[in-house]
Design a protein around this ligand. Sequence first.
Ligand SMILES: [Zn+2]
Length: 146
Amino acid sequence: MRIDELRKVVEREYSRLCEVLKLDPIPLDVYLVDEDSKQFSELGISLKSPLAFYDKEKIILPRTDNELNALQNYEPKFPPIVWDKAHPKEWPLWRVELWHEVCHQVENDIIRGWKGGVEGGDAWKDAVIYIAKCFKVTKEQVTAIL
Ligand SMILES: [Zn+2]
């Protein structure tokens, strides 16, 4: 899959997530990591950086050539049909990372307890419970994909 194709797939997943979770979408940056580049992504991140993160204003989701080469032209089912991040077809790395960052957004926007990239704290646990409720699954199922 090409990066522009994957970007569309990720954007579609993110807007569906925002709808189900009642989040206001924030800018999402999906770019191809380039170790030798001196350039920056749309949202001003060095293209050298492979680090995914959330920071209240944006979600950054760099992808690598290796991942793109391994991806089939397949869009995971939404809502998910399997809740297991070890399932390679339904839970490619980009999806696991997107849901992880969206869980941080829920911690901030819904739970109002985001403290900056900490997993396993009270706000994180409450965000998992909230996501489970919105998708009508258990919190164990949500934990299995984060
Ligand atoms: Zn995190």
